[in-house]
Write a protein that binds this ligand. Structure first.
Ligand SMILES: Cc1cc2nc3c(=O)[nH]c(=O)nc-3n(C[C@H](O)[C@H](O)[C@H](O)COP(=O)(O)O)c2cc1C
Length: 217
């Protein structure tokens, strides 16, 4: 397990060094630390400061085991069936790449071992047709993952359980009107580094004044 001391780094450095961390140890996370992470998450933005969120912390192993089965089902449908093509670089639709595929596969097989799971839940969304239904919680989810990173705790925003959204809601007693927007497994990283995530270059994805006007800098 990597050094778990609180990491004192600048905000910009943290933004540049917080990839998805999917190799997690099962070492427990202190409740005080968990509380601090949640207290940072709820500082995130929501439309009109509506704060229509709820954070459901799961420690119950039986619950994690059940939902991890549903997660693996989602993994197999979306990615498992394309395994050899992705690993051989022959899947034109793949955006993960072999290294991230293997880390995501590892998480799929071990997600139930992460000591803490947090479901990010948004109220009054179950019958929403808004394409922006999740926009009032994902900022807070990112706060949560950055606060975890400040404590040396790794996280990944996941959704592959969502083929069983109704089952998850029933198992956890989540109100009808709500939807889970993400499951964030948390744990101290076992492998990997706080490295800069690879992305398309800024100039390739930025437009100035009008769509298509690029490379203005
Ligand atoms: C909406 C959404 C859903 C995601 N679902 C999953 C998931 O179910 N499982 C997983 O391992 N990663 C999931 N991810 C994480 C992405 O794969 C990750 O953010 C992306 O590959 C970039 O990773 P990096 O920051 O390490 O480069 C999801 C991310 C988002 C934003």
């Amino acid at each position: 397990m990597e050094n778990v001391e609180q990491q004192s780094i600048g905000l910009i450095e943290a933004l540049h060094s917080t990839p998805a961390r999917r190799y997690l140890s099962d070492s427990p996370i202190d409740d005080e630390i968990l509380w601090e992470i949640l207290d940072a998450a709820i500082r995130g933005p929501s439309g009109g400061n509506s704060q229509g969120w709820a954070w459901l912390v799961v420690k119950d192993q039986a619950v994690k085991n059940q939902i991890s089965e549903w997660y693996r089902e989602g993994w197999n449908q979306a990615y498992g069936v394309r395994r050899s093509k992705i690993l051989e670089g022959e899947d034109a639709a793949d955006t993960l790449g072999p290294k991230n595929y293997l880390s995501a596969e590892h998480l799929a097989n071990h997600i139930q071992e992460a000591p803490i799971w947090i479901f990010a839940i948004q109220r009054n969304t179950a019958s929403s047709t808004s394409p922006r239904a999740g926009s009032s919680i994902y900022g807070a989810v990112q706060h949560l993952m950055l606060a975890a990173r400040a404590h040396g705790i790794g996280a990944t925003l996941t959704t592959l359980y969502a083929g069983h959204e109704g089952d998850v809601k029933q198992l956890l007693g989540i109100p009808e009107d709500a939807l889970t927007m993400a499951l964030i497994p948390l744990g101290y990283p076992d492998r990997g580094r706080w490295s800069q995530p690879k992305r398309q270059a800024v100039d390739e994805v930025t437009h100035w004044d009008r769509w298509g006007q690029q490379n203005q800098r």
